[in-house]
Design a protein around this ligand. Structure first.
Ligand SMILES: Nc1ncnc2c1ncn2[C@@H]1O[C@H](COP(=O)(O)OP(=O)(O)O)[C@@H](O)[C@H]1O
Ligand SMILES: [Mg+2]
Length: 589
């Protein structure tokens, strides 16, 4: 009856959708968990049965004909001799509570394992998205999905296990109670189920709205914190702090209220129906009471009090868990959207990539020349072409400068060369082999492995200068000598020598403890230590003063004499070091 509305059904399918995405090993764990639950619910039912024996034992003299005595005898006959029902009861109750505790612990572990796998899979999917998709997605949303929404996925699995567990327990308990007294039990069970399902349909819309609000405001609070902290300089200078706090507080208030609301909605029926159950029970006993059987009724009352006190929490747990899954539905849904995306060949390709041993680097392409032929590119939301009929041939050893007004498409061109975005038409060849044609990149991994790129905003990790320089050295090839060399080439030595911890100094989050020029020089040191065949510098020296820039570029030219270098720059002086200059005009159409 609880399952009567499609809303509930849809919510109950969610855990299965999550389970579908996990490994066989974890699924087996979930099955073992279910097995534990079945055993624990059987022992739970036995504990109710055994108390019937205890009670009848306590009254054994006056109720010889009491039917439950028969059950005690058969129960004890199993062991070949008669045991005191009190001992049986103590044993079963202790065993059953131990088992329930163990099952509770194991369920938590299972949920954590499943949750960990889900988070990992989500992160895997997101990080393997094509670059273009990242361009169009707010990273705050993704962080919230990964950290917050994956928690709700763990919650859903946990709740799913709770539901199954409680279903077993309540069924087993119901059967034992029905055996004691069919009429009273069925009446009681119907009261409970009817109350819970009525309540369920009353709060249905409320829950759905809550669920949507929870998702929306979680995303909002994440965005506010992320954006205000990323722009903290601006926030301080323009004194936007109190506005940011007010904005955050207003969103967070809604969120906190919804969370409390959700908790209340899933808990209050317990107290309501507890009293309903006791009143119902008393009324039944009162109306069914016929004098000659009053002691029987008294013993049944205690059995029902004990059984009902166990049955109600189980049914309450089913309701609370279903409600919790419904509350997290919107959040889990957006997580599942990512998780269930079928990346087909992409995923399998990347799985292979994943398992590749780090000891085996990819084969490096680009021994001779790179050709771009008639490349056209338009951004998804854009009307006009950012790159139009672009042609370029670069040989190893070339040092090319690309100049042009901002917005002319320089960064777009190198993103295309690096295989981050797909051109609409044209082709790219390396050493005569296609890297891009007919809307597909070929040998992309090998190609990307042959390139090093320094963006204008170098991304530093909150680690030491040394760790930041050797960041991309997956194969542990660097030596102290090459480290010294690249620091020298990138004109870092003077600056590093002044630091108390030298190259082991931490740079702060995103290099917050360094100047723009220092960050760029670390970025360049990081890039050239690989000695890749193609080095791309996208306004990578813009924050340096002219003297240092000239010196650095000359150093780089000598150090990477064997590579091809593409440098985007706004300065004529730095372009003069290059042996070719390409000027890009801004297309005004
Ligand atoms: N993600 C994007 N979506 C839509 N348009 C973009 C995107 N990135 C850049 N553009 C547009 O493409 C053009 C070229 O940009 P870009 O290559 O970054 O120029 P620049 O020469 O300054 O490096 C610009 O007009 C810019 O507005
Ligand atoms: Mg640019």
């Amino acid at each position: 009856m609880i399952l009567k509305n499609s809303n509930t059904l849809r919510a109950l399918v969610i855990p299965f959708r999550i389970l579908k995405s996990i490994s066989r090993k974890s699924k087996l764990r979930v099955y073992f968990n279910l097995f534990l639950m079945i055993i624990s619910s059987i022992s739970e039912a036995l504990s109710v049965l055994s108390i019937t024996n205890v009670i009848s034992q306590l009254q054994s003299n006056s109720t010889n004909e009491f039917e439950l005595l028969d059950r005690r005898i058969s129960f004890s006959n199993l062991l070949g001799y008669e045991l005191n029902p009190i001992f049986i009861f103590i044993f079963i109750v202790s065993f059953s509570s131990f088992l329930r505790i163990f099952t509770l612990w194991y369920s938590g572990k299972t949920a954590a394992k499943v949750g960990n796998e889900v988070s990992r899979n989500i992160f895997f999917k997101i990080i393997y998205w094509p670059y273009e998709r990242h361009l169009n997605t707010n990273s705050g949303t993704l962080i919230a999905t990964l950290t917050q929404f994956s928690k709700t996925a763990v919650g859903s699995i946990n709740n799913f296990l709770f539901i199954i567990n409680s279903l077993f327990i309540s069924t087993a308990l119901s059967i034992s109670l029905i055996k004691v007294n069919g009429r009273i039990s069925i009446f009681l069970i119907l009261i409970l189920i009817f109350s819970y399902s009525t309540n369920s349909s009353l709060v249905r819309n409320h829950i759905r709205k809550n669920s949507e609000t929870m998702k929306r405001e979680t995303l909002n609070t994440f965005k506010i914190v992320k954006e205000s902290l990323e722009g903290i300089k601006d926030v301080i200078i323009n004194d936007r702090r109190s506005e940011e706090i007010k904005y955050f507080q207003s969103k967070d208030k809604i969120l906190k209220n919804t969370v409390v609301n959700a908790k209340f909605t899933s808990t209050y029926p317990k107290y309501l129906f507890e009293s309903l159950l006791i009143i119902g029970l008393l009324l039944i006993i009162y109306f069914l009471n016929n004098d000659e059987n009053s002691i029987n009724n008294l013993s049944q009352l205690s059995i029902f009090a004990f059984g009902g006190q166990k049955l109600l929490p189980s049914i309450q747990q089913i309701y609370a868990s279903v409600t919790a899954i419904k509350h997290s539905e919107s959040k889990t849904e957006s997580l599942l959207e990512i998780l269930e995306e079928n990346l087909k060949s992409r995923t399998s390709n990347h799985k292979k990539t994943n398992n590749r041993s780090p000891a085996k680097p990819y084969k490096i392409l680009f021994k001779d020349k790179l050709e771009l032929n008639s490349i056209y590119f338009k951004y998804q939301n854009s009307q006009s072409y950012s790159v139009k009929d672009f042609n370029l041939t670069i040989k190893r050893g070339d040092f090319i400068a690309i100049m042009g007004p901002s917005g002319a498409g320089k960064t777009t061109i190198i993103d295309i060369i690096m295989g981050l975005i797909k051109p609409e038409s044209g082709f790219i060849k390396v050493d005569g082999k296609f890297i891009y044609k007919d809307n597909t990149f070929l040998n992309l991994k090998e190609w990307q492995q042959s390139i090093t790129h320094v963006p204008q905003n170098v991304y530093l990790l909150d680690k030491t200068i040394k760790q930041n320089i050797i960041l991309n050295d997956k194969y542990n090839k660097f030596s102290e000598k090459s480290l010294r060399e690249v620091c020298n080439v990138a004109c870092l030595n003077e600056f590093i020598n002044k630091l108390p911890n030298g190259i082991e100094t931490k740079v702060g989050e995103r290099g917050s403890l360094l100047s723009g020029g220092q960050i760029q020089r670390i970025g360049i040191a990081r890039a050239i230590i690989n000695k890749s065949p193609l080095l791309v510098l996208d306004e990578a020296t813009s924050a340096l003063d002219q003297n240092i820039e000239e010196k650095l570029l000359k150093n780089v030219k000598n150090y990477c004499a064997d590579s091809a270098i593409i440098m985007i720059t706004h300065r004529k002086e730095s372009a003069s070091i290059c042996n070719r200059l390409i000027e890009i005009e801004k297309d005004l159409n």
